[in-house]
Design a protein around this ligand. Structure first.
Ligand code: MN
Length: 501
């Protein structure tokens, strides 16, 4: 897959020399065949590169140091073909900085009942070798994903593929710059947080730029650039009459194009992958850059409104993981509630900024007044979201750690909003509105979220594992009493965590 073609995952096979050089030669041949099979399966988004067997502490350390220093390497898959005494892994595992997947599989699928002898047993020891390796990781409290299954099975490959996408997004986040036009919305708590901890823990860097710096770029946008952008709008969307050429609000669309072109240039000049805006920080702009935010999200720029840099970064990360998958993703906000018994739901929207990747039909491009921000009427894409199951996620700062909250949600058919011309989704949180919204509120979840149709909770579990942050999942099995216990236990765990490791 093109999006991930510059990445590699290294495959490292654990063995030992107890059974002689011939055994290691056989282990090597099996590993080569397995890695070839993984790559030829067509199910894995990232190329697997076999890095040989490791048979000693020095070899483990050398291999993992090389993984750390290799820019293309986004993670390491380990597998114990024979018994691999795990003290030899300690120093290497202490050094390893890249995400790790421990694959518990076996070269042969079934027991060769009629021919199996002691030589075969000495060679094929994953059943106990992987448990020895599991112990040392558990003992060292190392984050990792354990995938169990035959290496050719679809389910095994699918779980490796999920982890690969997450590892790729993790690599992408390590040099992520988030540009904020303006600060956090005054007085808002949940979207704020510790940006130093975020850089240490999650990798990305957050910078603020006064909107005047963007205005300077806007002033240099040419008429030719705007004309080309308007042609793009006309090709991709259904334009309302008032924004068509000659329409009374055409100039608003021209100004929206100017803002979009300038923001894209600004982000490119900073090497940024995500950005935030604020309706409180629009001096020198014609309108809230709603259309720009929608279209830049669709290109993969993470977005957060009102200075919400954590959600902006998470939107980028979730977009990155989902590249090439069916679905789409967006920044969303819990907008208003619809009480309707079993079908009680939450309308998801924002003032304007919802990503067209989740649209059911071709979006309409419209200009309407906006009763906030004190600027001209902004352009925006208007659409409703396709039905289906997705996942909503957020990260909040609990003071001593980041907490990721994940909720599986079912998007249902929305109704027309003739007096509220914005893009929107309508969802029922799992297991139902009462428990889903209740658990989210107990956990301190934001009113903003990063939503994806393409991802499942497994992606975000893998992400939280790699990042070493708290994860709470709200799904069909959630009960409020168990969820409250989990939150309390997590509080204790994160207080003691440093003492344990
Ligand atoms: Mn908001």
């Amino acid at each position: 897959m093109k999006a991930f073609e510059n990445f590699e995952v290294w495959f490292v096979t654990g063995a030992q020399l107890l059974y002689g050089g011939d055994a290691v030669v056989a282990v090597d041949a099996h590993s080569n065949e397995m890695v070839k099979g993984l790559n030829d399966s067509g199910k894995l988004p990232v190329k697997v590169v076999y890095k040989g067997t490791v048979n000693s502490s020095a070899e483990v350390s050398a291999t993992f140091k090389a993984a750390n220093n290799d820019k293309k390497c986004i993670g390491v898959i380990t597998w114990m073909h024979t018994f691999s005494p795990a003290k030899m892994w300690i120093h290497g595992l202490q050094e390893l900085k890249k995400p790790m997947l421990h694959l518990h599989t076996q070269f042969n699928k079934e027991i060769p009942w009629d021919t199996m002898d002691m030589d075969f047993m000495n060679l094929n020891q994953s059943a106990h070798g992987d448990r020895e390796f599991g112990f040392i990781n558990a003992r060292m409290r190392r984050p990792r994903k354990v995938v169990v299954g035959y290496w050719q099975d679809a389910n095994t490959l699918a779980r490796i593929a999920v982890w690969m996408r997450v590892a790729a997004a993790w690599a992408d986040a390590q040099d992520m710059v988030v540009v904020r036009f303006g600060d956090n919305m005054n007085n808002v708590a949940v979207t704020d947080g510790d940006k130093v901890e975020a850089e240490m823990r999650l990798g990305y860097h957050v910078d603020e730029y006064p909107i005047g710096k963007l205005v300077a770029v806007m002033n240099k946008v040419t008429e030719a650039e705007i004309a080309a952008m308007l042609k793009t709008y006309e090709a991709e969307y259904i334009l309302a009459d008032n924004v068509k050429e000659g329409g009374k609000d055409r100039q608003r669309l021209v100004e929206a194009a100017r803002e979009e072109i300038a923001i894209r240039k600004f982000l490119e000049s900073k090497g940024a992958k995500a950005f935030t805006t604020s309706f409180d920080e629009l001096e020198g702009l014609d309108q809230l850059p709603g259309l720009a935010s929608q279209r830049l999200m669709a290109e993969g720029y993470g977005f957060g409104a009102e200075g919400d840099w954590k959600t902006a970064a998470l939107c980028r990360t979730m977009w990155f993981m989902g590249q090439g998958l069916e679905g789409g993703c967006s920044f969303l906000e819990d907008y208003t509630l619809n009480f309707d018994g079993e079908k009680s739901s939450i309308l998801q929207a924002h003032m304007l900024e919802v990503c067209p990747l989740i649209a059911e039909n071709k979006p309409r491009l419209e200009v309407h007044p906006l009763g906030i921000g004190g600027k001209n009427d902004p352009a925006r894409l208007v659409f409703t979201t396709k039905p289906g199951t997705g996942v909503a996620a957020t990260i909040v700062d609990m003071g001593n750690r980041f907490r990721m909250i994940v909720n599986q949600v079912d998007c249902i058919k929305s109704k027309a909003l003739p007096k509220l011309p914005v893009a929107s989704a309508l969802w029922i949180p799992q297991p139902n509105f009462e428990i889903g919204a209740g658990a989210w509120i107990l956990a301190g979840g934001t009113h903003h979220s990063s939503f994806s149709f393409a991802l499942t909770q497994e992606y975000l579990e893998d992400y939280a594992e790699i990042a070493g942050i708290e994860l709470v999942v709200i799904d069909k099995d959630t009960t409020i009493s168990n969820f409250k216990k989990e939150l309390r236990m997590n509080d204790v765990y994160y207080m003691l965590n440093k003492a344990l490791s």
